[in-house]
Design a protein around this ligand. Structure first.
Ligand SMILES: NC(=O)c1ccc[n+]([C@@H]2O[C@H](COP(=O)([O-])OP(=O)(O)OC[C@H]3O[C@@H](n4cnc5c(N)ncnc54)[C@H](OP(=O)(O)O)[C@@H]3O)[C@@H](O)[C@H]2O)c1
Length: 308
């Protein structure tokens, strides 16, 4: 799909804001909000009630999008561990409501899933590998995938791990690294945790292309490169001319985190690359774009885009 109207749930979230910025030049973007308000140039926003599939169907029909992108979720892994019922409700039950509404309105659905579904004992997980969730966040996201497939078999389910500029109330992983180093603070980054990060804009662009090719089912839309969190921070520091010597190597097994995390979350993106006939992008290119986005005002714009 090259243009039309896209309705994005979780409109005040990190991914939705960057997705909106990436698409607002070509798409009519509507951000569906929950408790916080969003104000972003060239983008509409509208409160969306995900709690009831019937009411949501009516809202979707009124808004008449060509595509719904479901990004809303409870993304704090330790909070999910602490309250599994809430994680299941927000991540799985609301996703099912969105899928039911999309199916009854005959609107194409993109459901955003995660790279967190596996035990992480090896690298390059494929779409048909058997998930082995280690924590409540992963269990709730896996259940969401199952329920979305049942409610809307045409849905496109995208497994990913992304970065981009956040807002004042939601720092992204890359924000945290850049802001810490700019403030001269030492940070410890795991060199025993690996992932395949993609820039949020690249994720949005590739997903719209997949949706345009009427892809459905599960796709890994992740970066081409597998790196450790330590390596990611080092590359970011280099590209942003920040002092890399402030980055210390750490190990997740020494960190004493509340919820268990998979040490390797890397995804194999061959299926998406083959269908799109293109690479999904190298990390240094994404980081270069992130830096350019800052000089063009994206960081500043998003920082102030969300209010309580
Ligand atoms: N961040 C990552 O690196 C990452 C990696 C892999 C996958 N993902 C997936 O990508 C998606 C987007 O992540 P994100 O980091 O952009 O999320 P985020 O910044 O934490 O934003 C979450 C959004 O969900 C909304 N929300 C929370 N509870 C809700 C409820 N009960 N009803 C309706 N909306 C609700 C929030 O609205 P309010 O602020 O108004 O409450 C917010 O807009 C999630 O599905 C996540 O699982 C994220």
């Amino acid at each position: 799909m090259a243009s039309g109207r896209v309705l994005i749930t979780g409109g005040s979230g990190l991914l939705a804001l960057n997705w909106a910025c990436a698409m607002r030049g070509t798409w009519d973007v509507v951000l569906g909000t929950h408790s916080r308000k969003v104000s972003l140039a060239g983008v509409a926003s509208r409160p969306l009630d995900l709690e009831n599939a019937g009411r949501l169907t009516r809202q979707v029909e009124e808004l008449a999008p060509d595509i719904v992108v479901h990004t809303a979720g409870l993304t704090n892994v330790d909070r999910c561990e602490d309250d599994p019922a809430l994680a299941r409700h927000v991540n799985a039950e609301l996703a099912r409501n969105v899928a039911e509404a999309a199916a009854s309105s005959n609107v194409r659905l993109v459901h955003v899933s995660t790279d967190h579904l596996f035990a992480g004992t090896r690298s390059g997980y494929r779409e048909d590998d058997t998930p082995e969730p280690l924590n409540e966040y992963a269990r709730s996201k896996l259940l969401a995938e199952e329920w979305v497939k049942q409610a809307d078999p045409r849905a496109l389910i995208v497994r990913t791990n992304f970065f981009g500029w956040g807002h004042a109330g939601r720092q992204s992983f890359s924000d945290w690294i850049v802001y810490s180093l700019r403030a001269g603070r030492e940070i410890t980054m795991f060199d025993d945790v690996h992932f395949t990060p993609i820039l949020a804009d690249a994720l949005a662009a590739a997903t719209h292309r997949l949706a345009g090719l009427t892809a459905s089912g599960t796709f890994n839309v992740a970066g081409d490169e597998r790196v450790s969190k330590y390596e990611f921070a080092k590359r970011l520091a280099q590209a942003f001319d920040l002092p890399g010597k402030l980055i210390q190597r750490g190990r997740i097994r020494d960190a004493g985190l509340f919820a268990k995390r998979p040490p390797d979350m890397s995804l194999d993106n061959t299926k998406a690359r083959d269908l799109l006939s293109t690479s999904l992008g190298r990390l240094d290119d994404y980081i270069h774009i992130l830096r350019r986005q800052e000089s063009e005002g994206r960081r500043e714009e998003l920082f102030h885009a969300v209010t309580e």
